[in-house]
Design a protein around this ligand. Structure first.
Ligand code: PLP
Length: 435
């Protein structure tokens, strides 16, 4: 069971499935963080979810702050979204020819992001980003790209260096199987440090800088407003494209993503997660002159059997329309501020060093004295303390990402009652950390 013997949870059925699953599934999972490796214990298997709650196979019910790592911004099984999916299911699942839904979805996305005249839909955030990199290289004729340490942009070869998310969770510097040639054009800069970008750009040959404008894959790290402004100016002045990886922040930080919230416009924007409302959708888009490089208009090739899938489009459209109607961003901010206050006061009461980073509906605590502004400072967090905190929260009905280096997410389906329940769990969990 859990590594902490003081945790009392019924997890027998999850354990049974985990043991069975290991035979034919690698680590019994299809994505590494789900294995709970960094927090130990039994990874839970989910039976169903509704609204703000998720229920595992042992019948434990949790308020869900994982939300499938971001997409479920309305909570699970939103009524309007579900009805739309049901309607479209009856029309067929995939055609390999165009549908009206793709056009409606493209309008919704391009309206939200002023820097996008055209968009291409793909099946995941990884695909969106790897296509955006190819596009930046095609457009500029240069090969080098700059990424920030601790930012995660999916699992394509060129970007699996100094990456956050699962790699940070498992303390991996990169991935085996990625040849040196695949990463020799990937240069690493430090988040919130413009000099580190300047140094690379000065040497020339850079196609693009890619950034998570609000980092969420080393835990939440806020960008300094001055840093984003300088980054935009620096890239523009040097004819280097700025790629905003808004796979996590798109439609989440604001309807127009981190770019709307922070007031800048990227050259290429990548989307994923919320844009599909829980179905596999990614997207990349830019102004006309850049997107016209993409086949069939131009010579940069990128394709997909299931891209723009009609059910996924229907789910995305319904989710985005509902989100626009609900306009939850101010409420998210208030809820996140409340959670920050509660975590800090509980930590103080128990003599625990704690930083809480948040931006919009993304939030997470770091068990450290140091202000967390980049990957290095994020890594000062005491992950043993996080482990205890994580399992106590689980025991008290709150599902958090099983890693210090993942953001928690808010959903519109979370009620005041849910948040008060979370507050009680935080008080208990912080006390457990101190014990
Ligand atoms: N970019 C960012 C910022 C992400 O957070 C993620 C996934 O967490 C990705 C890209 C990769 O997206 P996907 O997991 O859909 O391939």
């Amino acid at each position: 069971q859990s590594p902490n013997t003081k945790i009392k949870m019924k997890l027998e059925k999850s354990l049974e499935l985990y043991t069975k699953g290991k035979k034919h599934l690698v680590g019994a999972v299809n994505s590494p963080v789900r294995a709970f490796k960094s927090v130990g214990g039994v990874p839970i298997f989910i039976d169903h979810a509704k609204g703000s709650k998720i229920v595992d196979v042992d019948g434990n019910e949790y308020i869900d702050f994982v939300l499938s790592y971001g997409p479920m911004i309305l909570g699970h099984r939103n009524r309007v979204v579900e009805k739309t999916i049901e309607k479209y299911l009856k029309k067929g699942y995939t055609f390999g020819a165009s549908t009206k839904g793709e056009i409606i979805m493209a309008e919704l996305v391009c309206d939200a992001f002023p820097g996008m005249d055209k968009v291409r839909f793909v099946n995941s955030g990884t695909e969106a980003v790897l296509s955006a990199i190819r596009l930046a290289r095609a457009y500029t004729g240069h090969n080098k790209i700059i990424k920030f340490s601790g930012c995660y942009h999916g699992h394509s070869d060129a970007l699996l260096v100094a990456a956050g998310s699962g790699l940070a969770t498992l303390s991996l510097p990169g991935s085996k199987g990625v040849p040196d040639e695949a990463v020799k054009n990937t240069l690493i800069a430090e988040f919130n440090n413009i000099k580190s970008v300047e140094n690379h750009i000065r040497k020339g040959g850079v196609a693009a800088v890619i950034i998570e404008p609000i980092a969420g894959n080393m835990g939440v790290i806020k960008p300094d407003a001055k840093f984003i402004k300088q980054l935009r100016e620096l890239t523009k002045d040097n004819d280097v494209l700025l790629i905003a990886d808004e796979v996590m922040t798109g439609f989440r930080s604001q309807f127009g993503g981190a770019q709307e919230l922070l007031g800048f416009e990227a050259d290429i924007t990548c989307l994923g997660k919320v844009v599909g409302g829980g179905f596999p959708v990614g997207a990349y888009g830019a102004r006309n002159e850049i997107m016209e490089m993409v086949a069939p208009l131009g010579g940069m090739y990128q394709a997909g059997t299931l891209s723009g899938n009609p059910i996924a489009m229907a789910c995305g459209i319904a989710t985005l329309k509902e989100l626009k109607k609900q306009n939850p961003y101010k409420d998210f901010e208030k809820t996140a501020a409340f959670l920050e206050r509660e975590m800090k006061s509980a930590a103080k009461e128990n003599g625990i060093d704690l930083q809480v980073n948040r931006f919009g509906s993304m939030i997470n605590p770091f068990f450290t004295k140091e202000k967390v502004v980049d990957f290095k400072s994020a890594q000062t967090s005491d992950t043993e303390k996080f482990k205890v905190f994580f399992w106590k929260m689980m025991e008290h009905g709150v599902f958090l990402p099983p890693s210090q280096f993942e953001s928690w997410f808010l959903a519109t389906a979370m009620t005041k009652r849910d948040i008060y329940k979370v507050r009680s769990a935080i008080k208990i969990a912080m006390k457990a950390v101190a014990d």
